[in-house]
Every structure is written in structure tokens, then in C-alpha cells.
Design a protein around this ligand. Structure first.
Ligand code: PEP
Ligand code: MG
Length: 765
């Protein structure tokens, strides 16, 4: 029966000796599997290492047919070994062949062995390979045995990461950690970025894996934990967040984690198995990161990221500054990259929005986040700055060094590390093409968006931060069709005071110098969480307590915002619109609050805005069935197509899996947009649309055909849409599109029809 013969400490000592010997890589691996098998009294010990193309190759074995080494392989996800690599979780099976995932490799002779224990070889939560022991007798391995095998796997992770194995296996340089690599993440913000990596947070490099003295390492671990707890308490006392009552929750969670018994116990266990304190922290952190990558609930991910951050802090306590690969925002101010005009690509696990603003805007060519959500604050700010973002790029942090070249494709969600010449050339071409097009649009900047048949379209931009404002003139926008006021709240560490709000709104109006601006009242709640406002855990935050629902329940927030807007717009025009209107009475209630604020300011002798207009966003399908009542309550409406589409089609706007499943220029959505336009005409109300639909050429064509004469989009898209409008005969387009909207199946899709129209009318953009 298998047991740990001499204990994991002795095994680690042996492995350390092997690592120090001047042996070839294969010999080292062979000795390592021999020692593990002997120590764990296993009849088999095998190492599978992940090569490119998701293939796990058998690199060494004790007990299986030696001829199978470098000959057999499994795909990630295939068989037991592939399952372990894919899930980054251990498997412990009494009768391997009856397991549903079992895939026999006849060349290895493994059918003789029944029990099977395999652990992932992890680095920063990513599987680099799989380490397996097997026995003939049917048994379940004990918890300590799994722990011991996991600890041993760390040594192999080190060996792989050191690059020592790169001469082995089918393709000689695949294990070279400096080879070009492509990391697939998600598209968080469009655009292409080429530049040198700057790791946002210093990375701790653990150099000493093996401990000499368990007691000593335990003491180091406990001292570091004490210091960590004290530093969190200090943070807790200092933080201005605490002055806002509920905000202490975040720090409370940190405190709770720092005292988490399970976390500490797992680290002590790893030290007992022979690791140094820092290697123990890294091991537990790596297991944790592996789990983090499989969690999709944003709330739980956030909590788990807090844990991850804590482990980083603990590592820093343990290794001090000398083992930190440091290059934060400060040092980028004078990097080589900037001198040579090369941009930087900031790589971070996650970061606060304000931290991104610490980098100089001109310097940043892109952002890659290992974690984070597509609607996180930092992504919102990056979009505002026009920075491409790739998110959830698993393993990026461990795979890059400061100064490595990287290309990011924000459209496809790809990061090319140390790209090959071909990739670089093809992306240079794209960047060049992009720049050419932008130059073409610049020439149109001061021209009007007038169609061939003489319709003037107002092209406005969406904004939300001060950094957006220069774009108003730079891109030739006709105004701001959507000012997302919540962004100021989301990027601040504490509640923006009324005076600060007023100051921002005044600057926006000043910058617009008479052009129309539409301020949307705060749209927070749901997944747009403010750290200083009590967040309620909701199963479906997008359908939850957000936007005007929250504003009406907490009128203090709305009142102070309205007052700030009224003061900022004194003597000028003020347009305010309400998000997520679901029933018409919500507008009436909001109007009462606004009228009350107007009365208060009047009473105190403030000069009021010259004109005040109130509008509603159409982004909840229920309002499509109250259009006439709605029109009677408002001065204008604006369609929030991002939300309206997601709610109509029951299709989460942040879910990449279904991102392209339903067509926004399909008949159901186009019919809804048509009803809105017809109702606005019936009631002679101003109409606009301010979601992403307006900036896509096909979307814009639909809107123009339906009679929308004002649309709002990201500033960078204005040139493209303007260029298209100036080549377009809207009357002709309308005649082509309108009859097709009501067609019942069988014919062309509207997209096909629009494409034909574009091709046959020489419309370019
Ligand atoms: C929309 O929903 O289309 C919209 C413009 O608002 P947001 O994207 O801020 O939800
Ligand atoms: Mg919306």
C-alpha cells in the first residue's frame, strides 16, 4: 500500500540535491520521478508537460513503459491527465479505468495500475503540466499524500519555468519561457496596441523553495502574517472610506481574510512539507488563482481577488524589496520606451480606475488585465481614453517581464507576447491602415454630416469624465448626447461632494460652449458598484436595484445631483435624462424632486438655467408599450440600445459566448426602433439614440432610414459615421429598407439587404 515513506521533507531534500547536480535535463527529470515514486511507495510516477497547442506530453516516467516517453501525449481536457490540466485540480481515484474521463494509452502499459493520483503543476494558477502517481492496489490516497505531491509539483514548476527543459521533447524550443506566446483573453475595449510591457504591480520572485528549518520558516510566516494584519488595521484607521459608514465593508473583508484559518493552515502545511515561507504562500496562492480563473460570478471573483491581493502583500512582507521586479507608474515616466517613442502596455492583475490615470495618457498603448470584468471602472476609464483593453488574459503576469514587446488586439481579445516578425508586420499594417483612416476623418472634422439628399444629422458624442472633453472638438462632435454622470462617482474613492459635482458639470458646459449637452442622472447599482455605497448582493444585478430605481428610493442622491446640475447651468440650457425608466410614474416622481430643487434654489436667489428639459432613456422593453404616455411626460427621449437590446433579446451585453448570437439589425429590434421613432413624431418630441448601435455602420443606416436625426456615440466613431452619411441618399435607403422591415421570413435578412445597398451604392466609410 502506498504511503509517504520518509516524509515530504526528505523528498524535497532529495529533489533539491538533484536540481543542484550538473545533469542533463532529461536525467534530472528521470531522477526526480524515481525519487517521488520511491518516497511515495508508488509503482508509477510520471510527468506530463504542457506543450504549445494544448498537448500534454509524457516527459518522464518511473514504472510505465520507458519507450512511451516523448512518444505519447494527450490533449488538455482528454483523459484523466488532460482533465487535471484543464481544471487545475487534483484527481484521486481508486479505480482509474472505470472513471468516465479515463483514456487508455496502450503504449504505456498503464492498464496494470488501478489507483491514480494526479496533481496539476501550477504556476500562478495556470497548469504547466501534470504529475501522476499510480498503484496496482485499489485505494484512495490520503489528504497528506495529495498535499505532498502538490508540494513536489512546485519543484517541477520551477524546473519548467527555469527554461532547463527546453531542449527536450518533440519541438525543441516550445518550453523556452521567452518564446513568442499568444494569450487569449476577452475583448474589453477595441483597438490595437503595440508597446513594451510595464507590470503595474511589482512581481515577487520566489527564489528559495526549500526550507532548512521548519521552525524558523514558521516563525517567518507568523511574523509576516502579524505585520500584514497590523498594516491592514492601519489602512483601516487611515482610510477616508471609513468616514462614509458602510465603506468599511471592503476593509473588513480584508481583515477577515487575513485571519482566515483555512488559508493559514494550508500555508503551515506547505512549510511542514519542506517549503520556505514564501514558497508556501506562493503555492497556496497558485491553487487559489487556479480556482479564481474558473469562477464567473463577478461578486465572488471580486472577493477572491481580495484574497489574492492579500497573498501578494504577504509575499512582499516575506521577501522584502530585493526580490521584487519593480516598475510601477512612477518609473515609467522616464523609461527607455518613452525616449524612443515606443508606447507602453500596462499589464495588471486588476487595478483601480484612478491608478490608470497615474500613467501619462500619451504613453499608454494598451492595457491587459489578468482578471477584471468588462464593465469594471478601469475599463470604463480606458475606453474614455481610447486605450485598447484585453481582459481575463489568464497567465499573462507570469509570462511577461518588464520591457517585453507585446501586441494587443482589443477587438479579438488577444495578447501576442514577444511577437514573431510576421505577427508584428501584419499588426503594423493594421495600425498604419487605422492611422490613414483617422487622417481621412480628420479632414471631415469641420464639415457637417449632411446626406446627399440634404438631411443634416447631428452627430454627438458620449462622455463621462473630464478626460473626454478635449475630444469634443478634436473629433468634431455636435454636442454631448450622453454624459454618464456615474463615471465621476465610480472613479472616486469617496462620494463626490456636491461642490465637486457642480464643478465638473460646469466644466462640461463650458467646454461644449453652447453646443447641446445631455446629462444622464446617476446610473449606479447593479454591477456598477460604488465602493463607498452599501452594495447589496443581487442574483441578477442588471435587473436589480439600479439607476432611477435606486435614485427614487434614495432621493438624497438625486437631489444633490440635480442641485449641482441646476447651479452649474445657471443662465444656460440644461437637459437632464433619466436612465432605466420602466413605468411612466417614475418620471413623474423624479420631476417632483427636480421641481422642488428648482423652488429651493429660486428661494435662495440663485440664477436658474435659461431652459430646462427633461428626458427619458428608452432601454427597458416595458416602455415600448407605454410610448404615448411616456411622450406626454418628457421633452425628449434617447434610446439606450445597449440595454434595450440585452433586455429585449434576453442576452447579457457582457457575455462573450452569446455576443454575436442575435443580430441588432434583425427585424425584432429594428421594429422596436421604428415604433419609438413613430411615437416621437406623433408627439413632436426630440429623439436620439446613444448606445453602441449608433456607431456601427449598419446600425447607423437603420437609424437614418427610420428618421433618427440625432445620434450619439463614442467620439472616435464620429468620423466613420460622418464619412458614410456624406455619401448616402437617405430617401433611397428608406425606400429600400422600410418595406423589408415587415416582411415575414423567407426573404433576405435586413443585414443582407443593407450590405447589398452599401455595395450597389458605392458607400464607403
Ligand atoms: C445604453 O444602455 O445603451 C446606454 C447608452 O447606457 P449604458 O451603456 O451606460 O448602460
Ligand atoms: Mg443603459
Amino acid at each position: 500500500m502506498t504511503s509517504i515513506k520518509t516524509g515530504p521533507r526528505v523528498l524535497l531534500k532529495r529533489l533539491r540535491e538533484v536540481m543542484a547536480e550538473s545533469l542533463g535535463a532529461q536525467e534530472k527529470l528521470d531522477k526526480i520521478v524515481d525519487h517521488i515514486a520511491a518516497n511515495m511507495v508508488a509503482e508509477v510516477c510520471s510527468v506530463y508537460i504542457l506543450r504549445s497547442n494544448d498537448v500534454l506530453e509524457l516527459y518522464a516516467t518511473k514504472g510505465l513503459n520507458p519507450k512511451a516517453v516523448h512518444e505519447v501525449s494527450l490533449k488538455v481536457g482528454e483523459g484523466l491527465v488532460g482533465t487535471i490540466a484543464a481544471s487545475a485540480r487534483p484527481l484521486n481515484i481508486q479505480d482509474a479505468q472505470s472513471h468516465p474521463s479515463f483514456a487508455l494509452l496502450p503504449e504505456t502499459g498503464e492498464e496494470l495500475f488501478n489507483s491514480f493520483m494526479g496533481v496539476p503543476i501550477l504556476r500562478a494558477g495556470c497548469s504547466l503540466g501534470v504529475l501522476v502517481v499510480q498503484n496496482k492496489v485499489k485505494r484512495i490516497y490520503r489528504e497528506e499524500e495529495i498535499e505532498a505531491l502538490e508540494t513536489t509539483a512546485m519543484v517541477l514548476a520551477e524546473l519548467i519555468a527555469s527554461g532547463d527543459l527546453k531542449g527536450l521533447g518533440a519541438t525543441a524550443n516550445e518550453l523556452d519561457i521567452n518564446r513568442p506566446r499568444t494569450i487569449r483573453g476577452y475583448s474589453f475595449a477595441n483597438g490595437i496596441g503595440i508597446g513594451d510591457v510595464v507590470l503595474h504591480a511589482p512581481r515577487v520572485v520566489v527564489k528559495n523553495l526549500f526550507n532548512e528549518d521548519v521552525e524558523f520558516e514558521n516563525q517567518r510566516l507568523f511574523q509576516a502574517l502579524d505585520k500584514l494584519r497590523i498594516s491592514i488595521d492601519k489602512m483601516f484607521e487611515r482610510s477616508e472610506l471609513i468616514q462614509h459608514g458602510e465603506a468599511g465593508e471592503v476593509l473588513d473583508a480584508y481583515r477577515m481574510f487575513a485571519n482566515d484559518k483555512g488559508w493559514v493552515r494550508r500555508m503551515i502545511e506547505a512549510v511542514r512539507n519542506g517549503l520556505t515561507a514564501e514558497a508556501a504562500v506562493e503555492k497556496v496562492q497558485s491553487d487559489h488563482q487556479a480556482r479564481l480563473q474558473r469562477v464567473s460570478d463577478p461578486y465572488i471573483r471580486d472577493r477572491m481577488s481580495d484574497f489574492d491581493d492579500l497573498a501578494h502583500r504577504l509575499l512582499r512582507e516575506l521577501v522584502g524589496d530585493d526580490q521584487i521586479s519593480r516598475q510601477g507608474p512612477q518609473s515609467t515616466k522616464d523609461t527607455r520606451s518613452r525616449d524612443q517613442g515606443q508606447k507602453i502596455i500596462v499589464v495588471a492583475r486588476n487595478m483601480a480606475a484612478a491608478e490608470l490615470l497615474d500613467y501619462s495618457k500619451e504613453n499608454i498603448g494598451g492595457l491587459v488585465l489578468e482578471d477584471g470584468g468588462s464593465t469594471s471602472h478601469v475599463v470604463i476609464v480606458a475606453k474614455a481614453l481610447g486605450i485598447p483593453v484585453v481582459g481575463r488574459a489568464a497567465g499573462i503576469i507570469t509570462n511577461v517581464e518588464n520591457g517585453d514587446e507585446v501586441i494587443i488586439d482589443g477587438e479579438e481579445g488577444l495578447a501576442f507576447l514577444r511577437p514573431s516578425g510576421d505577427i508584428r508586420l501584419s499588426y503594423m499594417d493594421k495600425v498604419h491602415f487605422h492611422a490613414e483612416r483617422q487622417r481621412k476623418y480628420e479632414k471631415l472634422r469641420d464639415l457637417e454630416a449632411i446626406s446627399l439628399d440634404g438631411t443634416k444629422i447631428s452627430l454627438q458624442m458620449n462622455a463621462g469624465l473630464l478626460v473626454d472633453l478635449p475630444q469634443l472638438k478634436a473629433f468634431g462632435a455636435d454636442g454631448i448626447g450622453l454624459f454618464r454622470t456615474e463615471l465621476q462617482f465610480m472613479v472616486s474613492a469617496s462620494f463626490p461632494r456636491p461642490g465637486q459635482q457642480e464643478q465638473l458639470y460646469r466644466k462640461v458646459l463650458d467646454e461644449a460652449s453652447g453646443m447641446p449637452v445631455t446629462f444622464r442622472t446617476i446610473d449606479v447599482g447593479g454591477d456598477k458598484v460604488l465602493p463607498y455605497l452599501r452594495s447589496v448582493h443581487e442574483e441578477n444585478p442588471a435587473l436589480g436595484w439600479r439607476a432611477v430605481r435606486l435614485a427614487l428610493d434614495r432621493p438624497g442622491l438625486l437631489k444633490s445631483q440635480i442641485r449641482a446640475l441646476l447651479k452649474a447651468a445657471s443662465g444656460r440650457d440644461l437637459s437632464v435624462m433619466l436612465p432605466m425608466i420602466t413605468e411612466v410614474h417614475e418620471i413623474r416622481r423624479a420631476r417632483l424632486i427636480i421641481e422642488h430643487e428648482i423652488e429651493v434654489l429660486k428661494k435662495f436667489g440663485y440664477e436658474l438655467p435659461r431652459n430646462f428639459s427633461l428626458g427619458a432613456m428608452i432601454e427597458v422593453p416595458s416602455i415600448l408599450y407605454q410610448l404615448d404616455e411616456l411622450m406626454m411626460e418628457v421633452d425628449f427621449i434617447s434610446v439606450g440600445s445597449n440595454d434595450l437590446f440585452q433586455f429585449m433579446m434576453a442576452s447579457d451585453r457582457n457575455n462573450m459566448i452569446i455576443a454575436d448570437r442575435f443580430d441588432p439589425v434583425g427585424r425584432p429590434f429594428v421594429r422596436a426602433l421604428r415604433s419609438i421613432a413613430q411615437a416621437a413624431r406623433r408627439h413632436n418630441k426630440k429623439l436620439s439614440l446613444c448606445g453602441d448601435f449608433a456607431e456601427r455602420p449598419m446600425g447607423a443606416l437603420v437609424l437614418l432610414a427610420l428618421g433618427y436625426q440625432s445620434i450619439s456615440m463614442s467620439a472616435a466613431s464620429i468620423g466613420l459615421i460622418k464619412s458614410m452619411i456624406r455619401k448616402l441618399d437617405i430617401t433611397k435607403l428608406r425606400k429600400t429598407l422600410m418595406p423589408a422591415i415587415d416582411e415575414i421570413d423567407g426573404g433576405q435578412t435586413l443585414r443582407e439587404l443593407l450590405k447589398d445597398f452599401i455595395d450597389s451604392n458605392g458607400i464607403t466609410y
